[in-house]
Design a protein around this ligand. Structure first.
Ligand SMILES: Cc1cc2nc3c(=O)[nH]c(=O)nc-3n(C[C@H](O)[C@H](O)[C@H](O)COP(=O)(O)O)c2cc1C
Ligand code: SF4
Length: 357
């Protein structure tokens, strides 16, 4: 029977337990996305806390888009040596680290100049304000940027990369019928809307070697009208598996999600592990490992899920902001639930729990 502290293998990597720090914008890079000493120390702290695998905050692959100041980036080779220091610091604690690669699209509150890419420009839709409909050349630059980001990540010592295909960021908007109204080969059918993600996945594998782990975080459902729905997500996950994806993290929601069905939800004992049913279903349907994110707070509930489902890994975000040492605490026998109260008041520069200020 599976347990939370099993040691497992993922594409040749050893994972010392089934806990993952889900990607979290840490607000600790500099204005151009470069690594700071504070960022390195932050990741070192997380690594000391017992989690088996860390996924970094969303890390921009281009220098064309608007990026949020303090958002990490990886758009040229000058980042390689900086990130090597960060990955070395994490590896000292026998912890794996993946970088989450992203194009923000229009989801950047930044006032910096830069492109606001979108699959389609939609007049009068506030969640696409200022968007430029991507040309084929833009799509090619974006794909190249993801591939170059992955090449740099490997050289910088990251154990793998995660494509951010969730939460309304650019790749996820290609999957969403409401946002993707293209009439070329990147819009229309499921295959067409998924094409860009599949091409990036295959191109990265070709560039860095098929054994290098490539993960994706995807929405099980956008929870909005004309959004990506679960049946289609499942088909896309199967396509990604066939394209060589190593593991998939199941999230959900975006800017237009219906109330209480967003990405980052209030968590009560009744709504814990809020994407569990989707992750469980996908874990039955796929042969690659499924990581379930969203509202995990109680180790006893997670024990039940891990032993009764095929879900392999559990990723957490807010609980680690309040308690970077949460997994050590649980491992030492203090199994009271995570102290995070899910108020989501942690966004800021830096990202920080209100109880730790
Ligand atoms: C401060 C903060 C920053 C986040 N940054 C990211 C991010 O960079 N990439 C991402 O995929 N999700 C991000 N998320 C979403 C989390 O990874 C996670 O999916 C969500 O918070 C639900 O998990 P939780 O209940 O464990 O917090 C962020 C959430 C918070 C609260
Ligand atoms: S600010 Fe609120 S949501 Fe964020 S870590 Fe602290 S308790 Fe959790």
């Amino acid at each position: 029977m599976k347990t939370l502290f099993d040691e497992t293998q993922l594409s040749g990597l050893n994972l010392k337990n089934r806990f993952v720090r889900s990607a979290t914008h840490d607000g600790r890079a500099d204005a151009l996305g470069h690594v700071t000493q504070e960022l390195i120390e932050h990741y070192e702290e997380l690594a000391k806390g017992g989690v088996g695998t860390i996924i970094t905050g969303l890390t921009n692959v281009t220098d064309i888009e608007k990026i949020v100041p303090t958002q990490m980036a990886i758009y040229d080779d000058s980042f390689i040596a900086e990130y090597k220091k960060l990955t070395d610091a994490v590896h000292r604690y026998d912890v794996n680290i993946f970088v989450q690669l992203v194009c923000n699209g229009v989801q950047s509150s930044s006032k910096n100049p830069g492109a606001l890419w979108a699959p389609s420009a939609i007049e009068g839709e506030p969640t696409v304000a200022g968007a430029t409909e991507m040309t084929k050349a833009d799509i090619q630059s974006m794909k190249d940027a993801f591939v170059n980001g992955a090449i740099r990540a490997k050289r910088a010592g990251f154990d793998g990369v995660q494509l951010h295909v969730a939460h309304g960021y650019l790749l996820s908007r290609f999957l969403t019928p409401y946002y993707n109204r293209r009439t070329d080969e990147y819009g229309g059918t499921t295959e067409n809307r998924a094409r860009v993600v599949l091409e990036i996945c295959r191109d990265i594998k070709e560039a860095v070697g098929s054994e290098y782990p490539v993960l994706a975080k995807i929405n099980c459902d956008d929870f909005m009208d004309e959004g990506l729905a679960f049946a289609e997500c499942k088909r896309i996950c199967k396509m990604l598996e066939a394209a060589g994806l190593s593991a998939i993290e199941i999230s959900g929601g975006s800017a237009l999600s219906r109330p209480n069905e967003g990405v980052i939800r209030k968590v009560t004992p009744d709504t814990e592990s809020y994407f569990k049913q989707y992750a469980e279903d996908l874990a039955e349907a796929l042969n690659i490992p499924v990581i379930c994110v969203g509202g995990h707070r109680d180790i006893n509930k997670l024990r039940e899920i891990v032993s009764n489902t095929k879900i392999e890994y559990f990723s957490l975000c807010r609980p680690f902001i309040r308690e970077p040492y949460l997994i050590n605490r649980w491992a030492s026998g203090d199994t009271s639930p995570a102290k995070c109260i899910s108020c989501t008041k942690c966004f800021g520069v830096p990202t920080q729990c209100i109880f730790n200020k």
